[in-house]
Ligand binder design. Structure first.
Ligand code: C2O
Ligand code: CU
Ligand code: CU
Length: 443
């Protein structure tokens, strides 16, 4: 790819350990970028080049993945794509952001520890549209599991087994790194709220106490039309942009998560993340068009399946249970050819939910359990319900190299629910992208 030399934006991210105040009486030994959770918001306009220097001041290696950005494989920020950044070292990422939307960045090394401690941030790509809102806000949702002394601590053998099985859910609910925050907005205004679920395993089931809101975008940017709802599910890794308001002066409500049963041993609970207080009125300039954009269908519902993938759990001598893709842990899948439409049937044969995430490419869900979806959307993460099957379509464009897909419940990813594959140019021979590929590696 040739860089767009006219518009380059430079950022510097330094990963380190620091004291982070999640609320008045709670300070944790966090890990994060530039001494903050989340790290700085990275902003760009569609088509611009981002040059991001990542410095590692942690005591262990790290690597940064740009979740949802359709970038070259060498910039994807996984140990398939690069050597980890060792303590004291730095790596410069550089890529064009070809799509507008709500994206995020996070550690892709020892994720269950590094992401839990705060190594993540938002990456927002803007484009000119007809949508006019009165304000925009970002909400990064997370939960930390802390001891009574506000420490991150590994549990005993049984607790660790359960975490591996269920995914880790925490007791400290965070919005942009803070517990119980209060959001103040003006009455009479329409705002765009961008939600990113950066939790390890928590399914965030957004609810604003019966107030309806409009979904205008998902992982891969705008929908065709706003969709009015009162709740929306966000699995780990997923994003949604909603329009809220106008509200009346004096209104007060919570940003909540409805109970969602993802079929683990964790009891689904109603949870409160933050409080919204509506103040004095202000004139609105908001304008929301009926049609946001057109999404061309990649394939029809009956398109021929080119590959079948299975997410399952199975017995393991070592762990009691393993998290598998095509019956293997940390497996390899066949290469795909550039320019050849992919229609994948992804089945979840287990009895619990798994958020399926594909690196580097957006897909369209064209069928779920025999039904066409209710609307078109570009996705990079999609929830696989227990005992269910989806069909997705995606197009490998000219970005050869190593990629992966995995469950975005971090503990499942670590336990093996992932596969590597390569995008290849069918007109060239063998073209493994530089790095030696190690099999059963740690993330
Ligand atoms: Cu957001 Cu491989 O992950
Ligand atoms: Cu990703
Ligand atoms: Cu999973």
């Amino acid at each position: 790819m040739k860089p767009n030399t006219t518009n380059i934006r430079y950022y510097e991210l330094t990963a380190s350990e620091f004291d982070w105040k999640v609320s008045e009486n709670k300070t944790v030994k966090a890990w994060g970028f530039n001494n903050s959770i989340p790290g700085p918001v990275i902003n760009a306009s569609k088509g611009e080049t981002l040059v991001i220097k990542v410095k590692n001041n942690l005591t262990e290696p790290t690597v940064v993945h740009w979740h949802g950005i359709q970038l070259p494989s060498s910039m994807d920020g996984t140990d398939d794509a690069q050597m980890p950044i060792e303590p004291g070292e730095a790596f410069e990422y550089s890529f064009i952001v070809p799509d507008a939307g709500t994206f995020w960045y996070h550690s892709h090394q020892n994720e269950t520890v590094q992401m839990e401690r705060g190594i993540y941030g938002a990456l927002i790509v803007e484009e000119k549209t007809d949508i006019i809102v009165d304000a925009e806000r970002i909400f990064m949702i997370d939960d930390m599991k802390l001891t009574a002394g506000n420490e991150f601590k590994e549990g005993n053998v049984f607790q660790r087994w359960l975490e591996r099985h269920d995914g880790r859910e925490g007791n400290t609910l965070l919005v942009n790194g803070k517990e119980n925050s209060v959001i103040e907005m003006h009455a009479g205004q329409t705002e765009r709220w961008r939600f990113i679920n950066s939790s390890s395993a928590k399914y965030f089931y957004l609810y604003l106490g019966e107030r309806s809101f409009k979904i205008i975008a998902t992982d891969g940017g705008l929908l065709e039309r706003p969709r009015e709802v009162t709740q929306v599910l966000l699995t780990p890794g997923e994003r949604v942009d909603i329009l809220v308001g106008p509200f009346a002066e004096g209104e007060k409500f919570s940003i909540e998560s409805l109970p969602f049963n993802r079929m683990t041993s964790i009891k689904p609970k109603h949870a409160q993340y933050a409080t919204v207080k509506v103040g004095t009125p202000k004139l609105s300039k908001a304008f929301i068009p009926e049609n946001l954009r057109t999404i061309e269908s990649l394939a029809s519902q009956d398109a021929r399946v080119s590959r079948k993938i299975k997410f399952s759990v199975g017995p393991s001598w070592k762990h009691g249970i393993d998290f598998l893709v095509n019956d293997h842990i940390h497996t390899d899948d066949n290469p795909v050819n550039i320019g050849e439409l992919q229609v994948w049937e992804v089945a979840n044969t287990s009895l619990m939910d798994h958020p399926f995430h594909l690196h580097g490419f957006f897909f369209q869900v064209i069928e779920e359990n025999g039904n066409a979806p209710a609307y078109k959307a570009w996705k990079d993460t999609f929830n696989l319900k227990p005992k269910s099957k989806i069909k997705i379509a995606w197009m490998p464009d000219n970005r050869p190299g190593r990629w992966m897909y995995h469950c975005h419940i971090l503990e499942h990813h670590e336990a093996g629910m992932m596969a590597h594959f390569e995008v290849v140019d069918p007109n060239k021979g063998e073209q493994l992208s530089g790095l030696h590929h190690h099999h059963h590696h740690k993330m």
